[in-house]
Design a binder for this molecule. Structure first.
Ligand code: CUA
Length: 203
């Protein structure tokens, strides 16, 4: 479930695109099915300028209904609105480390809790020893980089997915609109323990 306005918009766009996809699939499926019942009576029909014009331009117009909302979202995701706190996350093989550069200079590493050390209420392969603590109802800027290979800082509920690349500093932002724990995982194939560097935000 979404926990940020951007993820809400992403879900709306997904539903919108899926609806168009269903309409196209039903129409094309119907046309292909009806082909079986064609008895080929139009022996002298060789061309039809009008219908070819329509079935060339119509798909292009339909695609615009996906393209424009998609571009709107793309630029909306990049918008930075006066962040009240900045979190820097650095990907390592295989853990994340975090820095609150403008808040008491807090720095810490965040490792996955191994299965054999898990408490009964913990999530296997998803819980970490040190969580990120962030306020809800505030604009948060996140800076992502990596120390060794490419990692990806990804939290589905917040609509955030940013690559951490060595030598580069990527920026994005999010807004958490409810309290809770939000889980994420690395989303770049970064080596043997790629699956074992989860992210947890405590809001
Ligand atoms: Cu880090 Cu995959």
């Amino acid at each position: 479930d979404s926990a940020s306005p951007l993820m809400e918009q992403l879900i709306f766009f997904h539903d919108h695109a899926l609806l168009i996809l269903v309409m196209i699939t039903v129409l094309v499926g119907y046309l292909m099915f009806m082909l079986f019942f064609n008895n080929y009576v139009n022996r002298f029909l060789l061309h039809g300028q009008l219908i070819e014009m329509i079935w060339t331009i119509l798909p292009a117009i339909i695609l615009l209904f996906i393209a424009f909302p998609s571009l709107r979202l793309l630029y909306l995701l990049d918008e930075i609105n006066e962040p009240s706190v900045t979190l820097k996350s650095i990907g390592h093989q295989w853990y994340w480390s975090y820095e609150y550069s403008d808040f008491n200079n807090i720095e810490f590493d965040s490792y996955m809790i191994p299965t054999n050390e898990l408490t009964t209420d913990g999530f296997r392969l998803l819980d970490v020893d040190n969580r990120i603590v962030l306020p809800m109802n505030s604009q948060i800027r996140i800076l992502v980089t990596a120390a060794d290979v490419i990692h990806s800082w990804t939290i589905p509920a917040l609509g955030v997915k940013v690559d951490g690349t060595p030598g580069r500093l990527n920026q994005t932002n999010f807004f958490i609109n409810r309290p809770g724990l939000f889980y994420g995982q690395c989303s770049e194939i970064c080596g043997a323990n790629h699956s074992f560097m989860p992210i947890v935000i405590e809001s």
